[in-house]
Design a protein around this ligand. Structure first.
Ligand SMILES: [Zn+2]
Length: 407
């Protein structure tokens, strides 16, 4: 493949919108536009990944640090779009909004507490958990937080209860009941609830869904469904009966790992694969993040879109370009994917571009070496180059030979 046929346009500067180093190098090396669209070189890199993906264990063979669970594979990235929880101790990993964690510590303490009689108390201006806990001088874990939704498929009013110290995950709720939207003021009042002072006690036609920690948390303060009042000592099962009891809480950093009991971290990531589906653009970005130096990309042999970057330095006496073309044909006939830089540019320009594009091997056809029947060969990740006899080229780079090959 000729450089000019691929219309490669390398950039001297980092794009000013580069979210990450890897993205910046992909733009500078001519794989992507600044708007994140694949250019021909990027499309070729992605085609190579498609071919590689037919092999089992593909992701682990292209030298990427990965986190995964049974469904998804992630790559840690500071500016990644996903939040995942990760246990550094046992590698437990999952999307923060979907993955369960261990909730026992509070419950163990509270299970020993006896259920107390319900009691209605005046709580002026206590519209939030914060205000309620302050006013009653109790920890937030002793309050019940109410969230009200309407199921979009059948307009069923859904009343959710989680403990006041916890954050509900809408993704977990939707997995349980289907798609929902926030309930309107009319829908809330039709059920008998009062926004700001709502609880599931005494509601009509509500589907009550509680987090599984709520039945294990006795004597929670909850709304009285009357403006300005709350109930002390509400108990799930005694004062109201949920239709669904399940995990509804979004994990936070420091929560306890369900696998090993150690504290969880929350980190940002890219998703590279979900079940057997691969996200090739994300994989390309992950490769660029992990495989670059201060001159450009250094893709691993297995994932580089070309095996060899072949270039000539225009000569005075010998036609180096014709010789390079001959070498290109020989290499391609031997099964190597070659990017032939066929431009009549200065050596320095081509060396810079070869470093940016990042093929594992660069072969340079220059007049002086060619007069002795030699070419220069330089692995991308090494500083030194060496002279190789023309007839030894294929043998030499066969050690670096890559499979599978692009046509
Ligand atoms: Zn763990």
């Amino acid at each position: 493949m000729k450089y000019q046929d691929l219309h490669i346009q390398t950039q001297r500067e980092f794009p000013n919108n580069a979210r990450t180093q890897g993205f910046g190098w992909l733009v500078r090396a001519g794989y992507l536009t600044r708007e994140n669209e694949a250019l021909p070189l990027g499309e070729r890199a992605i085609s190579k990944l498609h071919i590689l993906a037919k092999k089992p264990d593909f992701l682990s063979q292209i030298s990427l640090p990965l986190l995964h669970n049974e469904h998804e594979t992630f790559f840690l990235l500071d500016t990644g779009p996903l939040e995942i929880i990760h246990c550094p101790a046992c590698n437990y990993t999952g999307r923060v909004e979907l993955t369960p964690f261990l909730k026992t510590p509070f419950a163990q303490r509270q299970e020993q507490e006896k259920q107390l009689p319900i009691e209605k108390v005046l709580t002026p201006d206590c519209h939030t958990i914060e205000a309620l806990a302050n006013f009653l001088n109790i920890p937030k874990e002793k309050t019940a937080k109410a969230l009200m939704y309407t199921r979009t498929s059948d307009n069923q009013f859904i009343f959710v209860v989680v403990r006041g110290d916890m954050q509900m995950s809408e993704a977990k709720l939707k997995n349980l009941v289907g798609d929902v939207r926030t309930a309107t003021v009319e829908e809330i009042s039709r059920s008998g609830a009062v926004a700001g002072y709502a609880s599931p006690v005494g509601l009509k036609n509500a589907l009550i869904v509680v987090d599984d920690l709520v039945p294990r948390s006795p004597n929670l303060a909850a709304g009285a469904n009357e403006a300005g009042y709350h109930l002390l000592n509400t108990n799930c099962g005694r004062d109201y009966s949920p239709e669904i009891t399940s995990d509804l809480i979004q994990a936070r950093a420091g929560d306890t790992c369900i696998g090993c009991g150690n504290p969880l971290s929350v980190v940002t990531a890219l998703c590279l694969a979900k079940r057997s589906e691969f996200y090739f653009e994300n994989i390309l970005l992950a490769l660029a993040e992990t495989h670059h130096d201060d001159k450009g990309l250094t893709f691993p042999k297995s994932a580089s879109p070309f095996d060899v970057y072949l270039m000539h330095i225009p000569g005075r006496q010998l036609d180096t370009r014709a010789k390079a073309e001959e070498i290109c044909n020989d290499l391609q006939n031997a099964g190597f994917a070659v990017l032939f830089d066929d431009r009549d540019e200065r050596a320095g320009v081509k060396f810079n571009d070869a470093d940016l594009v990042g093929c594992p091997i660069r072969i340079t056809v220059g007049e002086k070496a060619l007069q002795n029947g030699m070419v220069e060969l330089k692995p991308r990740k090494e500083k030194e180059n060496k002279l190789i006899a023309l007839e030894k080229i294929i043998e030499e780079i066969s050690q670096e030979r890559l499979t599978p090959h692009l046509p």
